[in-house]
Design a protein around this ligand. Structure first.
Ligand code: HEC
Length: 372
């Protein structure tokens, strides 16, 4: 592969398993935790054969899987078989290692579900497209979760975790989330299974690699998200960063967020609120929640990495000038104030230095629904 491949070829080879960034772009502990990911991929003979380096502003991005046939399941640990997603009830107790406890769980083959053809507006493509797929609400309904469960945490292949309060009719009407299994190959063209147009990032100072979908794409009718502060919208939307759905984790919202609470002293409550509005989609705490950005505590407590809180503020509200070269993917959150960052920093220190209360679901939550 030459260095300056034509756009289509480049898209094709980027479209399989794109390693997120070179370990060099990360400091310390994060490089150590990313290294196995890159090594795993490099160890398979095909991956070694197919590895190419795409030079972007001087930073080498390691890209694998050039010649896999379309639709083949990726070898990556985070991407399940192309058409399968997991749905499960979060189990009680703490996260052990990388795994949160699971109650009832099911692997769903999207192709075995009653898929429908629809034309709808997609907030990520910012336009109308023809899709084939199934409404998120009907996938959840088929699983028949206990009534005490009210939050579906949507897990994406890139590690994002976006909560959807699926019992809230107004939210569901507004977002109208739909799991697409394929889309039109061109405007007004036929819908093709497992086909999705990549999303190129235009005019961005951040990482310029396109968002690529494998097996499915979550379609939402608006950039809006109920957890994001009204003043931060529509500039910031978690949907803008999401790729393919891998799992739906069903929880009871109140005990779920209690894990992150670190007490109820007023500034901590505010800190948790800021985390929920601005960070939870990409960052987890002690391996609970999202895994797109670094965990706030494990292995590096980020409050001590970004000290004093002004340093956290600069990181959160601005992008470094070399962000694109370094392949950095965190967007600048321009709505964050220095005071928000100070409150958040206090909360980040609390969750890093105090034990995390384990998730405790309502007693009926993990029960089997009748007749199953
Ligand atoms: C859309 C996803 C996204 C959101 C939202 C997000 N981050 Fe990040 N963050 C990342 C990613 C990805 C990284 C890893 C470095 C990179 O690629 O930019 C990161 C890295 C970090 C780091 C470590 C790197 C450094 O230089 O300090 C800190 C601290 C951080 N984020 C704090 C926050 C805080 C606080 C919030 C909420 C106010 C937040 N992030 C919201 C994606 C996100």
């Amino acid at each position: 592969m030459e260095r300056f491949a034509p756009a289509t070829a480049r898209r094709a080879f980027l479209s399989r398993t794109l390693a997120r960034t070179s370990p060099g772009a990360y400091a310390g502990a994060e490089a150590a935790s990313l290294a196995p990911l890159l090594l795993n991929r490099a160890q398979t003979p095909e991956a070694t054969m197919k590895r190419a380096e795409w030079i972007l502003g001087g930073a080498a991005l390691i890209v694998t899987g050039l010649a896999e046939p379309a639709g083949a399941a990726s070898a990556s640990a985070v991407v399940p078989a192309a058409s399968a997603i997991e749905i499960w009830v979060r189990g009680n107790g703490p996260t052990t290692g990388d795994q949160s406890p699971r109650g009832r769980s099911q692997s769903l083959s999207l192709d075995a579900l009653p898929l429908v053809d629809v034309e709808r507006f997609d907030a990520q493509y910012d336009g109308k497209r023809a899709f084939r797929g199934i409404a998120l609400a009907s996938v959840i309904e088929r699983f028949a979760p206990d009534l005490s469960l009210d939050l579906a945490i949507l897990h994406f292949a890139n590690g994002m975790a976006v909560p959807v309060p699926f019992r809230d009719a107004a939210v569901m009407r507004r977002l109208d989330p739909f799991i697409a299994r394929g889309m039109e190959t061109h405007r007004k063209g036929a819908v093709k299974t497992d086909f999705f147009t990549d999303i190129k990032k235009k005019g961005t100072m951040a990482d310029a690699r396109p968002i690529v979908f494998h097996g499915n794409k979550l379609v939402v009718a608006e950039r809006w998200h109920p957890a994001v502060a009204p003043t931060a919208q529509p500039g910031f939307s978690p949907w803008a960063h999401a790729d393919s759905l891998t799992g739906i984790e069903l929880v009871a919202a109140a005990p779920y967020y209690r894990q992150f609470a670190a007490g109820t002293v007023p500034p901590r409550e505010q800190g948790l609120a800021i985390f929920q509005q601005a960070c939870q989609f990409c960052h987890g705490v002690r391996k609970v929640g999202a895994k797109f950005g670094w965990d706030f505590v494990d292995p590096t407590p980020l409050y001590s990495y970004r000290k004093p809180s002004r340093s956290l503020f600069y990181h959160v509200a601005y992008k470094p000038l070399d962000a694109a070269e370094r392949g950095l993917m965190m967007p600048a959150l321009k709505f964050m104030t220095e005071q928000d960052a100070a409150i958040l920093w206090g909360w980040m220190r609390a969750v890093a230095t105090e034990p995390m209360p384990p998730y405790a679901a309502p007693p009926t939550a993990t029960a089997k629904p009748p007749g199953r």
